[in-house]
Design a binder for this molecule. Structure first.
Ligand code: G3H
Ligand code: 13P
Ligand code: NA
Ligand code: ZN
Length: 328
């Protein structure tokens, strides 16, 4: 069944777990997520990015997610628009039937330039007004995602700020978060706490508290009724990097967010955990391996099935690790 994000995350807060929010662009990702959710009896957040809307088109995305809901009627599903850059984009998704939208006002409408606080409050407040009138939840974002190691925002061509960020931008301020929630009425708030988008988060193996866990704790204490969202939460599985590079790929050494660090965040109010890169790595690795090992094979369904299996395993791992299993 299609449910709002508010409804799903209220349950997650009550029972102290986190819901992975996986990005979807195609059938294989959609099926992998749903089969994993069914296998573990977990609630599902599927999110469509601007890149997904461009790749598959909003109508295909919508019908694919609706098809998933139809085929897995016992699983609660939230259909979420990831990183909207304007109230108009969010309005379009609301009209399409999304049950949740992200208005990312931390950046200007170009999706790159860090915005002013006043701008962020204004576009987010307007989106909340519109969305809540339709029973749709809203996620806002305060602060700029970027590595505490380098100050870099992460992937260059994807979503997110470009260039160097200051420490102040890299960590969401708890007082400002409280003011932001009071002024906008968002259901969930994406915070900057040391994660960044894409595969290149950390250049060395992360040890200890690589995320600003104390900051997450402080924000949660200040706004306990707002669900916190962790973007850039891929763990960048070293096994999949090794497979990709063994079978002709060339991905330099890089590390993601350890699952244990995300679990720490979940203990302190993180309820939605955004993951895209991990499924990309798994599907690329599975495809390279399959085609290298079976060079005479040319039925795409064969390697697409290998992708699906690889992605499904990651989804199952995350549902289990975040405590979402059994919560559907
Ligand atoms: O938030 C970023 C996601 O990884 C989606 O990126 O626009 O390339 O699909 P994308
Ligand atoms: P990753 O690039 O770490 O998978 O993050 C995805 C994300 O935050 C989507 O909004
Ligand atoms: Na989002
Ligand atoms: Zn994101």
């Amino acid at each position: 069944a299609l449910i709002s994000m508010r409804q799903m995350l209220d349950h997650a807060a009550e029972f102290g777990y986190g819901v992975p929010a996986f990005n979807v662009n195609n059938l294989e990702q959609t099926r992998a997520i749903m089969e994993a959710a069914q296998a573990t009896n977990s609630p599902v957040i599927m999110q469509a990015s601007a890149g997904a809307r461009k790749y598959a088109g909003p109508n295909f995305l919508r019908h694919m997610i609706l098809a998933a809901i139809e085929e897995f009627p016992e699983i609660p599903v939230c259909m979420h628009q990831d990183h909207g850059t304007s109230p108009a984009i969010c309005q379009r998704s609301i009209a399409l039937g999304f049950s949740s939208v992200m208005m990312d006002g931390s950046l200007e409408a170009d999706g790159k330039t860090p915005s002013s606080y006043e701008y962020n409050v204004d576009v987010t407040r307007r989106t909340v007004e519109m969305a809540h009138a339709c029973g749709v939840s809203v996620e806002g974002e305060l602060g700029c995602l970027g590595s505490l190691e380098t100050g870099e925002a992460g992937e260059e061509d994807g979503v997110g700020a470009s260039g160097k960020l200051s420490m102040e931008q890299l960590l969401t301020d708890p007082e400002e978060a409280a003011d932001f929630v009071a002024k906008t009425g968002v259901d969930a708030l994406a915070i900057a706490c040391g994660t960044s988008h894409g595969a290149y988060k950390f250049s060395r193996p992360p040890t200890g508290d690589i995320l600003a866990i104390d900051r997450i704790k402080a924000i949660h204490q200040r706004i306990p009724n707002t669900h916190l969202v962790m973007h850039g939460s891929s763990s960048v599985p070293q096994e999949w990097l090794a497979v990709i590079n063994e079978y002709g790929g060339a991905i330099p050494e890089t590390y993601g967010v350890p699952v244990e660090q995300i679990v720490e965040g979940i203990k302190h109010g993180v309820r939605k955990v955004n993951i895209d890169t991990d499924l990309r790595l798994a599907s690329t690795g599975a495809t390279r391996k399959f085609l290298a090992e079976q060079p005479a094979e040319f039925d795409p369904r064969k390697f697409l099935s290998a992708q699906l299996t690889a992605m499904k395993e990651i989804c199952i791992d995350r549902y289990n690790a975040f405590g979402a299993s059994g919560m559907a």
